[in-house]
Design a protein around this ligand. Structure first.
Ligand code: NAD
Length: 249
């Protein structure tokens, strides 16, 4: 039998309380990882941590807003203390505040950039020295296909998600010498709370444009995150994997 892909690795997942982050936390735990969740939503974070524990792994959670440097520092420290090390960081926490450029409030520009782009920077800055110490670190950043194609009505979100691609490449260059890899995933349309606000007609239109003919599941992203976090991707860094069912290839 094959060894679990993340046996005795210690992973921190931001926004792990729901959707894609939750699926990543559970997939990692299935493959042997101990997992800590940082999320704004206490209830959701605790629920995911309990589900990780039910798989027989060490787990924990803390409330943190990823755009707040002090909360991030405290959260990363709590994660390392609870798990006994840190090898993997998944920057996944995210929100949307959609509006066309003419109507986009400055506050919503700032908020979305802060959560996605600054949040990814702050968590990377806080976690990277610990990943360095592990010498087998991996960072997986959740971007979006919106950052490649610039979705209508998503100036803030698409800009942040494109910025995450650049930040991923800088991270890959700066930390390669310490054995830390950094890669990004650009999901297409995935069935989570974030996209459940769309009408069935909007979903059907997008599925029609998807060669593989369905909406993505959080597990579709979790499987690719698992690959990137594991030694299977030992020679993969600074890259972006689109997980879209072929839409916008
Ligand atoms: P979701 O709303 O189900 O989960 C997002 C999680 O992030 C929630 O648990 C929320 O509490 C947490 N969160 C939000 N702001 C936070 C903050 N400031 N600090 C800490 N935690 C915070 O959404 P999802 O679809 O699972 O999204 C996860 C990631 O995937 C996001 O980065 C999103 O942009 C990206 N993504 C999603 C899709 C999609 O179609 N669902 C497509 C492309 C990219």
């Amino acid at each position: 039998m094959m060894d679990p892909l993340l046996r005795e690795r210690h992973a921190l997942v931001t926004g792990g309380g729901s959707g894609i982050g939750r699926a990543i936390a559970l997939r990692f735990a299935e493959e042997g990882a101990h997992v800590f969740i940082l999320d704004l939503n206490d209830e959701a974070a605790r629920e995911t941590a309990d589900a990780v524990a039910a798989l027989g792994r060490t787990s924990g959670w803390a409330r943190a807003d990823v755009s707040d440097a002090r909360q991030v520092a405290a959260g990363v420290e709590a994660a390392e203390a609870r798990l006994g090390g840190l090898d993997v960081l998944v920057n996944n926490a995210g929100i949307t505040r959609d509006a066309t450029i003419g109507k986009l409030a400055e506050a919503d520009w700032d908020l979305v950039l802060d959560v996605h782009l600054k949040g990814t920077f702050l968590c990377t800055q806080a976690a990277a020295p610990r990943l360095r110490a592990a010498g087998r670190g991996a960072i997986v950043n959740i971007s979006s296909i919106s950052g490649k194609i610039g979705n209508f009505g998503q100036a803030n979100y698409a800009s942040a998600k494109a910025g995450i691609v650049a930040l991923t490449k800088v991270t890959a260059r700066e930390y390669a010498r310490y054995g830390v890899r950094a890669n990004a995933i650009q999901p297409g349309l995935i069935d989570t709370a974030m996209t459940r606000v769309m009408t069935p007609e909007m979903i059907a239109q997008r599925v029609k444009d998807t060669p593989l003919g369905r909406i993505g599941k959080p597990e579709d992203i979790a499987n690719v995150a698992l690959f990137l976090a594991s030694d299977l991707a030992a020679f993969v860094t600074g890259t972006v994997i689109e997980v879209t069912g072929g839409r916008f290839m």
